[in-house]
Design a protein around this ligand. Structure first.
Ligand SMILES: [Zn+2]
Length: 478
């Protein structure tokens, strides 16, 4: 069995280290993003930000330190977050009168301010997003996927009524789905979280869920309808057209740097990192091979290709360092560069170059005259190919034939014997927390979401056998 199949977490750590994406620091659970890792975040940021602005949102920034009393105002919120909060208790050598939390999310600070900013129906909707770092002190950490400090965006909006707020909640979930599928080439199931998996303080939480190559789930983005809970806690009221003071309805929604981890776990292969072309910091690398230094035409040709690609906005590098071609191939492969082009004396004689896509087995010979067009085409084709492969993998490992807890246990066991991953199962659920809890205890499978478009409707609860209210994706999760 390969390392990726045999020991997925070792494969993952090796992959991100060899690709030089991050480094550990002496602060537990806090990583440094190296330039190749940070650029992945910048690409996600750029596309998300474009979509947020297109849908009428603007960016703002709120403080990182949040007074303890703010958390006490919303009961569910403090219960959900208090176990993970780091606190600042002292400054300038003096004990603070009130301790300050490093934000785990900003509903409370923003709620406090919105109560001042919003006075009339004319002030609504408020459509604000923040790009920031947040802290959630995690017991078990994994670079990009779960860290004590991470980068994210959090949208916080306020609306005149439930209808408008719910429309916003669903709109932003859809934006997330489109960006994750189109830019990161990761297929996701969109749906609603069960009450036990809801965001602390939300009325309804919706998510997009992605399947990693080890069959585990990553919650790739969430969007919450908060009702009037935070509006009541922070007294956010407005004067409506009937001259009455009423509470606003709020939403919040977020995606984070864990998307980087998800992308690595969805597309990576035995050799390591595979980057979708739209995400890759370097999309194409040009490498002279053979005794190329004796033939200046080789680098001249590559220079020309380099200039043409660059003019088209393609991120290209020419590697004319004095390392051996084999060493260079390996280095760029570990970095997940989508397309590699080789040109040596014999290729030049034949009027061609060799091109290799990161996820392809073979190199292909391409006429020099067609090279730029072929590279451009390959970048487009590869983006779609990676998405299609991920869809096929997910379909293969999304099981709809499991109806009872015993069948689920048998399914997990037979997967193990056959050296397969258990993937996810679509199970019926009666709506009782206890049933969800029991499935988790017995199998470590948790509810991912209630998909909007389930492949089939399940009739009975996978745990108790009573009538099912919902069909739910169950799987192990990060
Ligand atoms: Zn049940």
């Amino acid at each position: 069995m390969s390392v990726q199949q045999n020991d997925f977490s070792k494969w993952y750590i090796d992959t991100i280290q060899k690709a030089d994406l991050m480094d550990y620091t002496p602060v537990r659970g806090c990583i440094a993003f190296k330039p190749d890792g940070y650029e992945l975040w910048e690409r996600i940021q750029a596309e998300m930000d474009r979509r947020f602005k297109e849908t009428g949102h603007r960016n703002a920034y709120f403080p990182m330190l949040i007074p303890e009393s703010f958390f006490q105002k919303e009961k569910d919120h403090i219960e959900g977050f208090s176990p993970e909060l780091p606190w600042v208790t002292e400054a300038a050598g003096e004990q603070l009168e009130e301790r300050l939390a490093l934000r785990p999310t900003s509903e409370t600070m923003i709620g406090h301010l919105y109560s001042d900013w919003i006075k009339s129906y004319r002030d609504l909707p408020v459509l604000i997003n923040q790009w920031a770092n947040v802290f959630r002190w995690e017991k078990k950490t994994l670079p990009f996927i779960r860290t004590s400090e991470f980068l994210w965006q959090e949208g916080h909006t306020a609306h005149v009524d439930e209808e408008d707020a719910r429309k916003e909640t669903m709109q932003m979930l859809q934006v997330y789905k489109e960006v994750v599928e189109d830019l990161l080439a990761i297929p996701v199931y969109d749906g609603q979280k069960t009450p036990s998996e809801r965001f602390a303080g939300a009325v309804d939480t919706y998510s997009i869920e992605a399947m990693m190559k080890d069959g585990k789930a990553v919650q790739a983005g969430t969007s919450h309808y908060l009702g009037t809970k935070f509006a009541e806690a922070f007294d956010i009221k407005y004067l409506n057209k009937e001259n009455k003071h009423v509470h606003v309805h709020t939403t919040s929604w977020g995606t984070s740097t864990r998307l980087i981890g998800a992308m690595i776990m969805v597309h990576g292969d035995e050799q390591g990192l595979v980057l979708p072309p739209k995400m890759a910091p370097t999309q194409v690398v040009l490498i002279p091979v053979g005794p190329w230094k004796k033939k200046p035409e080789i680098v001249e040709n590559l220079d020309k290709v380099f200039a043409e690609l660059k003019a088209k906005g393609i991120r290209v590098k020419l590697d004319d360092s004095d390392q051996s071609p084999g060493y260079k191939f390996n280095e760029w492969e570990l970095k997940g560069v989508p397309v590699r082009v080789e040109l040596g004396p014999r290729d030049l004689e034949n009027g061609q170059a060799l091109m290799k896509a990161r996820d392809a087995e073979e190199k292909t010979a391409v006429a020099l005259d067609d090279l730029v067009a072929s590279i451009e085409n390959e970048l487009t084709v590869m983006q779609t190919r990676l998405y299609d492969k991920a869809v096929a993998f997910r379909e293969e490992n999304s099981h709809t034939h499991v109806d009872t807890l015993d069948e689920l246990k048998a399914h997990i066991e037979s997967s193990q014997t056959e050296g397969k991953i258990p993937g996810w199962i679509l199970g019926g659920w009666c709506g009782e927390d206890a049933c969800e809890e029991n499935v988790k205890e017995e199998t470590k499978f948790t509810t991912r979401n209630i998909p909007f478009n389930p492949p089939t409707e399940k009739k009975t609860c996978v745990n108790c056998g009573k009538e099912a209210k919902h069909s739910v994706w169950f799987g192990r999760a990060y």
